[in-house]
Design a protein around this ligand. Structure first.
Ligand code: HEC
Length: 168
């Protein structure tokens, strides 16, 4: 190799090396900036997430006879599904209106009627504690918590209080 070639080779190597260092610095800078902005401004952006979900969802579903189509079961709409949570009454009177009145209003299946003192008096005489217990745990045809076992004991007791005070 001539002296000229050596000089060229050294210079060329230095330039390439310098460019590599600059490229690495730009890359590091880009990663740092992206690390601070990419997540909050793109991936975590509600509109972006929604638009991706919209774009990648399957556009059609087809039931195939003889194969397992359970994944295609039609999702219940909130109003009609059995799994839809029933509204939770706030206090005794609204609990009575929403649940207990169904039976205790008209006096169905032997339920003591709201306002019928004659049928409530002997029950009240047994003591509040027993009325609470029967309302919470059930008593003959009286279903536990009036079938709303999702409701709190306190609310059911408030319902008993209301029925006894206003309709007993
Ligand atoms: C499915 C109908 C039905 C619903 C709904 C219902 N009850 Fe009753 N309840 C009855 C019947 C029937 C009895 C009478 C049971 C008996 O004396 O054999 C009764 C009795 C009671 C008694 C008297 C228990 C006793 O010891 O004499 C209380 C208190 C009572 N219910 C509270 C409630 C409350 C509070 C609710 C609402 C959360 C409610 N019930 C909802 C049917 C119902």
């Amino acid at each position: 190799m001539s002296k000229h070639d050596t000089h060229f080779f050294n210079t060329f190597s230095m330039v390439i090396g310098g460019l590599v260092v600059i490229a690495l610095m730009i890359f590091a800078l880009a990663r740092t900036v992206a690390g601070h902005t990419e997540e909050p401004e793109v991936y975590a952006d509600a509109k972006y997430v929604a638009s991706v979900d919209e774009r990648i969802k399957p556009f059609a579903r087809e039931a195939v006879a003889g194969s397992d189509n359970t994944a295609m079961a039609i999702e219940a709409t909130p109003q009609s599904g059995a799994s839809a949570a029933l509204p939770v009454p706030k206090d005794g009177p609204s609990l009575y209106e929403a649940v207990c009145k169904n039976c205790h209003g008209p006096g169905l299946i032997g339920a003591p009627k709201f306002g019928d003192h004659a049928s409530w008096a002997p029950r009240i005489a047994k003591g509040k504690a027993l009325l609470y217990q029967h309302a919470l745990k059930g008593f003959n045809a009286m279903p536990a918590k009036g079938s709303r076992t999702d409701l709190s004991d306190e609310l059911i007791k408030a319902g008993v209080d209301f029925m006894v005070q206003k309709g007993g």
